[in-house]
Design a protein around this ligand. Structure first.
Ligand code: NAG
Ligand code: NAG
Ligand code: NAG
Length: 463
C-alpha cells in the first residue's frame, strides 16, 4: 500500500470504521424465509426435470447463511426418497432484463440470450454447474450453515448490470420410484429401464452410455412392476433460506464447485493455450468383477487441478450418489483440505431412508487454519464401492472460500497462533450511506474469537 496517494485518507477511514464484531451478534439478526417451489406432478415411474424461473427468494442486499430444502406433498408432509428420489435441485442466480416477459424456458442451462445473464459461481467448470446452491438425495441431513462472520453475498445493486434485475431459477430433477421394477436402476437413470434410445435433444444415445441424465430427462418413465397402481400427485420443493441484511462486518465467501470428471490437464508449456475445465458431471463405475485388480472393490477416481485463486476454506461438502464412500480434497503438500463422507439412511422415515445417501458430512475448518493458495495444485478423490456397477454417478466438491479482496485499497490478512482473524474488506454500502456517494474505500473489520478477545489488538493488520 505504500505509495498509494490515498493512504492517509484511507487510514483515517479505516480507524473510524474499525469495529470489533462479536460472532454472536449475527445470530440475533438472522431472518428465515420458507418457500414452496411450483408444483411438479409425478406418478409411478415418471420423471420431472423442470426449470422454474423467477422463483420466490429473499429480496435486498443480504448474506445467505443457510439453504435447506426437502420434497413435500400437498399436505406439507415430507416425502421419502424411496417414493420420490430427489436426484438433484439447483438454484442459479441470474440477471433478467427489466420489462421482458419470462417465456417458458424448459431447456438446460446452456442458453445465452441477452435478456438473461447467468451469474455463475466462482468456478471452476467452463460450462455446467453454475449454481449457488444445490444438493440431491442428501439434502435433509447435510448442514449448509455458513459460519460467522462469513456469508454468501447476494442482491448487491452495484453488481447488477444497468437495466437488469437479479432473479433466481430452480431446477428440480425428481424420479417417482413407487412400484419400480428396479429402484436403484431408476435412480441411476439406466437407459434400458427408461427404454430410451435418443436423448432429449433427439440425439442417438451410444450403446456404451448405459445410464445417466441423458436417459432420464423430463417426462421419461422408468419401468414399473406389472399391475402396480399408484396415484398421480403434486409435490413441491420446500426451501428454507436463512439470511441477514448485508453490513460491512460480513465477510463475503466465494463458491467453488470442483467436479471429479473435469478433463482439465496442466498445460505442458506455459505458452500453451489455457486448458479448459470441461466438466462431464457424470461418470460410470464398473463393477469390480469386470474391473481389473481391484480387490477391495473400491473405485477411486482422481483429478489434479490448479485452484484459480486462494483464500481461507470456510466450508466444504461433497456430492455423491448411492455407492459413494467419500471424497477428499488434498493440497499440493498432501494435507487434507476437506474430506466429506456420505451418511446412509437406515430406516423408513424421511431423512433416514435405508440404502440412500441422506446426508454428507461437512468441513468447518477453524477460520484461517486451512488455506488454499492462488494457483495451488489440488488433488480431488472420489471413492465408490463397485461391488456392483453404478451408472450416472457424480463426484462434486462444493467449497466456500474467503478470498483476499481484489480491490487495491484493501487486504485480507488472517491467522496467528491465537486464531485471531483480522479482515479488511470493502464497504461500499456503509460509505455510500455516510458520504452519499458510492466510494470504493476499504473498511476494516476485526473479528475476534470470543474467548480470545482482548488478547491482541489491531497490530496484525498489514498494509
Ligand atoms: C417475478 O415474480 C413476481 C411474483 O413473485 C412477479 O410480481 C414479477 O412480475 C415476476 N417477474 C417477471 C419478470 O416475470
Ligand atoms: C420401448 O420403446 C419402443 C419404441 O420406442 C416401443 O415399441 C416399446 O413398446 C417400448 N417398450 C416398453 C416396455 O415400453
Ligand atoms: C479412497 O480410497 C482410497 C483407496 O482405497 C483410500 O486410500 C482413501 O482414503 C479413500 N478416501 C476417502 C475420502 O474415502
Amino acid at each position: 500500500m505504500l505509495g498509494c496517494p490515498n493512504y492517509q485518507l484511507l487510514s483515517l477511514v479505516l480507524i473510524l470504521l474499525l469495529t470489533t464484531v462479536d460472532p454472536s451478534s449475527q445470530e440475533s439478526r438472522v431472518k428465515s424465509a420458507v418457500f414452496l417451489s411450483p408444483a411438479f406432478v409425478l406418478e409411478p415411474g415418471s420423471v420431472s426435470n423442470k426449470f422454474y424461473y423467477n422463483i420466490s427468494f429473499p429480496k435486498g442486499h443480504i448474506a445467505i447463511k443457510n439453504f435447506d430444502a426437502e420434497v413435500v406433498d400437498e399436505g406439507g408432509n415430507p416425502v421419502p426418497l424411496y417414493e420420490t428420489y430427489l436426484h438433484h435441485w439447483i438454484v442459479v442466480r441470474y440477471y433478467h432484463r427489466k420489462g421482458v416477459e419470462v417465456t417458458k424456458f424448459h431447456d438446460d442451462l446452456g442458453f445465452h440470450q441477452s435478456d438473461f445473464i447467468v451469474k455463475r459461481n466462482s468456478g471452476i467448470c467452463d460450462r455446467g454447474l453454475p449454481q449457488y446452491f444445490g444438493l440431491g438425495s442428501e439434502t435433509r441431513k447435510t448442514i449448509t450453515y455458513v459460519p460467522d462472520p462469513y456469508g454468501i453475498e447476494i442482491g448487491n445493486p452495484v453488481e447488477v448490470p444497468p437495466g437488469y434485475e437479479e432473479k433466481w431459477l430452480l431446477n428440480i430433477h425428481a424420479i417417482d420410484t413407487r412400484g419400480a421394477e428396479d429402484r436403484l436402476g431408476c435412480t441411476e437413470c439406466r437407459c434400458d429401464l427408461y427404454n430410451v434410445t435418443k436423448d432429449e435433444h433427439d440425439r442417438v444415445i451410444e450403446p456404451d452410455y448405459i445410464g445417466g441424465l441423458r436417459c432420464c430427462y423430463d417426462e421419461t418413465r422408468c419401468r414399473v412392476k406389472d399391475g402396480f397402481q399408484g396415484s398421480k400427485r403434486s409435490l413441491y420443493l420446500k426451501y428454507t433460506v436463512k439470511y441477514i441484511d448485508w453490513d460491512p462486518s460480513i465477510v463475503p465467501v466465494k463458491i467453488y464447485i470442483l467436479d471429479i470428471t473435469d478433463t482439465w490437464k496442466k498445460p505442458e508449456k506455459s505458452t500453451a493455450a489455457v486448458a479448459r475445465h470441461h466438466c462431464q458431471i457424470e461418470y460410470l463405475v464398473e463393477s469390480c468383477s469386470s474391473a481389473v485388480a481391484n480387490v477391495d472393490c473400491t473405485h477411486t477416481k482422481k483429478i489434479i487441478v490448479t485452484f484459480p485463486s486462494g483464500g481461507d476454506v470456510i466450508y466444504g461438502v461433497a456430492h455423491q450418489h448411492t455407492g459413494g464412500t467419500g471424497m477428499a480434497l488434498h493440497g499440493e503438500d498432501g494435507r487434507v483440505i476437506c474430506s466429506s463422507l456420505p451418511i446412509y439412511g437406515e430406516g423408513k422415515e424421511p431423512g433416514n431412508e435405508a440404502g440412500y445417501i441422506v446426508g454428507m458430512s461437512t468441513c468447518y475448518p477453524r477460520p484461517g487454519s486451512i488455506k488454499i493458495s492462488e494457483g495451488e495444485t489440488v488433488t480431488l478423490l472420489s471413492n465408490y464401492s463397485n461391488a456392483q456397477r453404478h451408472t450416472g454417478v457424480m463426484g462434486l466438491f462444493y467449497l466456500l472460500v474467503a478470498e483476499p479482496s481484489p480491490k487495491p485499497n484493501s487486504i485480507l490478512h488472517s491467522t496467528d497462533e491465537t486464531g485471531e482473524i483480522v479482515i479488511l474488506q470493502n464497504a461500499i454500502g456503509a460509505l455510500a450511506a455516510v458520504f452519499g456517494i458510492a466510494l470504493l474505500v476499504g473498511a476494516a473489520v476485526i473479528y475476534q474469537r470470543r474467548n480470545q478477545r482482548d488478547q491482541e489488538g489491531y497490530e496484525s493488520i498489514l498494509m
